[in-house]
Design a protein around this ligand. Structure first.
Ligand code: DX5
Ligand code: ZN
Length: 224
C-alpha cells in the first residue's frame, strides 16, 4: 500500500478482551485491512496491556496486516518474539532505552522482512526522527501521551510536527507512511489528514460503537 492512501486501523486496546477472537473478526468484517496492537510494559508507559502471545493469538484468527506498536523499554531484547508472533509492521519509540540502539533495532526489523516504524511522543520534536528517517517505512506521530485509550487529541502540540514530517518527506523524495494514534474521531481525523497523515489509529471510535462497520465507514469518509 502506498503512503498516500488513507486507511483506518482499529486498535485492539479498545476491544473486549474477554472476546478477542470475536472482536478481531468484528474488525475484519467491518472492513479493516490493518489492525493496530498496543504493547505496554508498565515501565515505558504507565499501563500494561499484552505481549507477543496476544499478537500470535490474533495472527491465528485473521489475515489482517498486524501493526504492532511497542511502548516498551528494551524493544530490541523482545524483538524476535514479536517477529515470530507474526507482526507485519513493528514500531518502536525513539524515547525508549535499548540494549543496542534505535538504529540497530530498526535494521533488524527490516532484515526480518518486516515494515519498520518509528514513534514520536507528543513532546518529542521531529528532529529526533531525522537520524533514522532513511531506515523507516512508517513514522507514528502520537496525538496523545501513550498509555491509555480514550484521551483527547492534542492538536496544537502535534499537528505542526506532522506537517513538518510530511514536508520533509516530500522535499527529500522519501516514502514513509504518516500515522496518527490517539483521540482520532470523525472530528479530528480530517485535521490529521490535512496535516499529512494517511494511517489513522482508532480505538474508542472504532470498537466503541455497536455498529463497527458504520463507524469504520464514517471514519473513512471523514478522510476521503
Ligand atoms: C495509546 C495507544 C492507542 C490507543 C488509542 O497509548 O497507543 O493506540 O489505542 O485509543 P483511542 O483511539 O481511544 O484514543
Ligand atoms: Zn498505539
Amino acid at each position: 500500500m502506498d503512503h498516500q492512501t488513507p486507511l483506518i486501523l482499529p486498535s485492539l486496546l479498545a476491544a473486549d478482551f474477554g472476546n478477542v477472537a470475536a472482536e478481531v473478526k468484528r474488525a475484519e468484517d467491518a472492513g479493516a485491512k490493518w489492525l493496530h496492537l498496543d504493547v505496554m510494559d508498565g515501565n515505558f508507559v504507565d499501563n500494561i496491556s499484552f505481549g507477543p502471545a496476544m499478537v500470535a493469538a490474533v495472527r491465528h484468527h485473521t489475515g489482517m496486516f498486524l501493526d504492532v506498536h511497542l511502548m516498551i523499554q528494551r524493544a530490541d531484547h523482545y524483538l524476535e518474539r514479536f517477529i515470530k508472533a507474526g507482526a507485519g509492521n513493528i514500531s518502536i519509540h525513539v524515547e525508549a532505552n535499548y540494549d543496542s540502539s534505535v538504529e540497530a533495532t530498526l535494521k533488524r526489523i527490516k532484515s526480518a522482512g518486516l515494515s519498520a516504524g518509528l514513534v514520536l511522543n507528543p513532546a518529542t520534536p521531529f528532529e529526533a526522527a531525522k537520524p533514522f528517517i532513511h531506515l523507516i517505512d512508517l513514522l507514528l506521530v502520537m496525538t496523545v501521551v501513550p498509555g491509555f485509550g480514550g484521551q483527547a487529541f492534542m492538536e496544537a502540540e502535534t499537528m505542526p510536527k506532522l506537517a513538518e514530517a510530511r514536508d520533509y518527506r516530500e522535499a527529500h523524495g522519501l516514502k514513509y507512511h504518516l500515522e496518527v494514534d490517539g483521540g482520532i474521531y470523525v472530528t479530528t481525523a480530517p485535521i490529521a489528514r490535512k496535516h499529512g497523515a494517511n494511517l489513522f489509529v482508532c480505538g474508542t471510535s472504532s470498537f466503541g460503537p455497536k455498529d463497527m462497520k458504520q463507524a469504520m465507514h464514517d471514519l473513512a469518509a471523514s478522510v476521503a
